[in-house]
Ligand binder design. Structure first.
Ligand code: ZN
Length: 160
């Protein structure tokens, strides 16, 4: 298995954990641009992962604070998938990835960073990932890249 090079994640791993749920906070907040919320549905939203495993790493998150799929009703489950499809379309259009990893880490043992609030990861992949990533690995560069990625993805928001 190839390792994705993401040293800026150390800031997340080593950083102090803020209290309260960050997904709930962002859903209630109105500053979508500052919070990197790309799109809102009725019960779920798409947000950029600010500690990405790869450029364009998105998450689809239900608005309600539930830890597992059992806690969602069918409308929420449907929207979770509809927004997943939308996120993939936006990524294809803006970043032209060669593939995607899509999935959930359910529970701490599975590697969930936020274990109490369900979220689905969408990680775009390029065949040259491992060569490409070290080039952008400087921590300072990442917030700018995130902002660029956010705007690139928003360009096609009305189309999907
Ligand atoms: Zn929450």
């Amino acid at each position: 298995m190839k390792q994705i090079w993401a040293p800026w994640r150390m800031r997340y791993i080593m950083g102090k954990k803020k209290s309260g749920c960050f997904f709930c906070k962002n859903w209630k907040d109105t500053k979508d641009r500052e919070n990197y919320i790309l799109s809102r549905g009725k019960s779920c939203f798409i947000i950029l992962n600010i500690y990405p495993y790869n450029n364009g790493h998105l998450m689809v998150v239900p608005a309600r604070h539930v830890p597992s799929l059992d806690g969602l009703d069918e409308k929420e489950l449907l929207e979770l998938m509809v927004l997943t499809r939308k996120a993939i379309k936006l990524l294809k259009e803006a970043l032209h990835p060669h593939g995607f990893n899509v999935g959930m880490n359910l529970g701490e043992a599975a590697g969930a960073g936020v274990k109490d609030h369900l979220h689905l990861h969408i990680v775009p992949r390029w065949t040259e990932d491992t060569n490409f990533m070290p080039v952008i690995s400087e921590t300072k560069v990442i917030p700018e890249l995130l902002r660029d990625t956010y705007h690139k993805l928003r360009e096609n928001l009305d189309r999907f």
